[in-house]
Design a protein around this ligand. Structure first.
Ligand SMILES: [Zn+2]
Length: 288
């Protein structure tokens, strides 16, 4: 800021101008900090069904998502996900350390989904017999628990890699008809690959579950932080145990066909707590 004070001005004018200038210098940093905090911006991803966005707010802000607390990293990064069928806008409110309150709405773009028919599955895998109902319930509870951690690690902010290379044989969101019977949609991405092919961690994290489940066979869950998790289904072998910290690219197991499966493939899922997201939106095109 340039300031000219003419020596021929009366002294009271000179002192008033100087006082005003002093106040402006004092107030400027506050004014600029205020405008910086009045922003909630998307730094990664897209608001779309099955998608995940990373938003940035002023570091140290308190955040809510639809009135529930939303955790943020030290840098002010938070994650929001949209389920397959979400259409309603979500509202984020950020209260910056200086008290400035910012509000922003995100409305997911809608998508249409494919239909997938699979024939020739063993009937007990389409309609499970009574004796395994309790086991299936236990399996489900274990998975819900493994995906429930709100771990303050920030691996989810990094780019994700494909956990296996192969042919994509199933996509997120498709309506499924198994042996002619309509069933719940498919939520993973299926990558067909030879049995025994390596499965790598698409991003770093902490192993939360390694278990042999009725429908999904040998299953591994990685916690990438803030409720973002990866699940790997139908594995032949596993190379990790719960509590292990894994790096991006580390082998966690091999492709198999355990559980309800018609051939060797990896089914990779991404969750934000209970919300099922589309891994393909996170990872982009598979490198050839
Ligand atoms: Zn699948």
């Amino acid at each position: 800021m340039m300031l000219f004070i003419k020596s021929n001005w009366p002294s009271e004018v000179r002192s008033a101008v100087m006082k005003a200038a002093f106040l402006m210098v004092l107030l400027c940093p506050i004014a600029s900090a205020q405008s910086d905090t009045n922003v909630i911006e998307i730094v990664k991803g897209q608001a779309i069904q099955g998608g995940l966005i990373l938003i940035k707010t002023a570091p140290g802000s308190r955040l809510t998502l639809d009135d529930a607390p939303l955790m943020a990293t030290q840098d002010g990064i938070a994650v929001i996900g949209f389920h397959r069928d979400d259409t309603a806008p979500v509202v984020v409110v950020a209260t910056a350390p200086d008290g400035a309150v910012t509000r922003r709405e995100f409305t997911p773009q809608t998508r249409s989904y494919e239909e997938q028919r699979i024939e020739g599955l063993p009937p007990k895998m389409v309609t499970p017999p009574d004796e395994v109902v309790a086991r299936i319930k236990r399996d489900r509870e274990m998975v819900v628990m493994a995906r429930s951690a709100a771990t303050p690690i920030a691996h989810f902010t990094g780019d994700f890699a494909w956990p296996a290379q192969g042919i994509i044989t199933g996509v997120y969101g498709s309506r499924r008809i198994l042996n002619g019977k309509p069933r719940s949609p498919h939520y993973g991405i299926d990558i067909a690959a030879p049995k025994g092919s390596p499965v790598i961690a698409p991003q770093g994290g902490i192993i939360r579950m390694v278990a042999d489940l009725y429908f999904t066979g040998w299953t591994v869950i990685i916690d990438h932080g803030h409720g973002v998790s990866s699940t790997f289904l139908h594995l032949e072998d596993t190379a990790v145990i719960p509590g292990d910290q894994v790096n991006k690219g580390q082998v966690i197991g091999t492709v198999g066909s355990t559980g309800r499966s018609t051939g060797p493939h990896l089914d990779w899922r991404i969750n934000l707590f209970g919300k099922r997201l589309d891994p393909q939106l996170l990872v982009g095109e598979m490198p050839q």
